[in-house]
Design a protein around this ligand. Structure first.
Ligand SMILES: [Fe+2]
Ligand SMILES: [Fe+2]
Length: 280
């Protein structure tokens, strides 16, 4: 079964690139001299992006009492970094809403899991006073993009993987790597590179199941690892593999998270989940 690297890379290339508007928003929000007006002009040209940003900005997650009705207001109130995260969400939502048979993910399942992981990752940074809030949001949003590429291969060997994983010797991602030749985290890293995403996102995506193996950005990778696990624990799994990819104790230690902290965070997460418009 092992799949050749060139086949994986071909599938990476065949996936649609990120929309130009999202790429321009990312570039503009990174530049400190960009004005609100410039950002508003670029976003405003993309109706889907504008609608996505306004919808998200008005969700319970951001907790604004007043309705945010204009793009300009959203950019000013939320700030450039949050706007960048929202632009990325709107750009990848159509991809992540796909049904992925290999992982037994129904339509929108991966989108909900990814958005929740993003929110939890950001909340975790606030909770631990770590400086990566918005990068962590985007990394959380994109952490499982590799599934879009390798779901077809998982579909072929899914029964075998499930049978093997219940023996408990290896986790699901370790089996993906052994049987298919690549796991979805590493393949996600290939896709992030093809999209020209920054190095911290590439690292966090590549090591979200094995943060202790990351050569750099171990802390950011650990945040995404724990956030992914917590999203699964509240029932928002990103596939059948979620139950068989446990949270590494070393990641919890690195972030100084005890059971009591996890319980507090889970209570927080349940508050976001009451908003029915959150994942629309
Ligand atoms: Fe994953
Ligand atoms: Fe995940």
């Amino acid at each position: 079964m092992p799949v050749k690297l060139q086949h994986i890379l071909k599938r990476v290339q065949d996936l649609p690139p990120l929309p130009t508007s999202a790429m321009r928003v990312i570039a503009l929000t990174k530049n400190p001299t960009t004005s609100v007006k410039e950002l508003e002009t670029v976003i405003g040209q993309d109706l889907a992006l504008t609608a996505g940003i306004l919808r998200q900005a008005n969700s319970a997650y951001y907790g604004y009492a007043r309705r945010i009705s204009s793009l300009q207001e959203a950019i000013v109130i939320l700030g450039f970094q949050v706007t960048q995260g929202l632009a990325m969400s709107a750009a990848v939502a159509p991809l992540l809403k796909a049904q992925l048979a290999g992982y037994e993910i129904e339509q929108e399942g991966l989108w909900k899991h990814s958005l929740l992981t993003a929110m939890v990752a950001k909340r975790l940074c606030q909770y631990r006073k770590l400086p990566y809030g918005d990068v962590a949001f985007t990394a959380g949003l994109l952490h499982d993009i590799g599934k879009l590429i390798i779901s077809v291969y998982v579909q072929e060997v899914g029964h075998y993987l499930l049978k093997k994983v219940t023996e408990g010797k290896l986790s699901y991602v370790e089996l993906e790597e052994r049987v298919i030749g690549f796991d979805h985290a590493r393949v996600g890293g290939f896709l992030a590179r093809a999209w020209n995403l920054p190095d911290d996102l590439i690292a966090a995506i590549s090591f979200h199941h094995s943060p202790s193996k990351a050569q750099s950005r171990i802390e950011l990778s650990s945040i995404i690892h724990v956030a992914n696990g917590l999203a699964g624990l509240v029932g928002m799994c990103g596939g059948v593999d979620s139950l068989f990819n446990p949270i590494e104790p070393t990641a919890l230690d690195l972030l100084a998270l005890k059971d009591s902290d996890l319980k507090l965070l889970m209570r927080d997460i349940e508050k976001f989940l009451v908003d029915p418009s959150l994942f629309s």
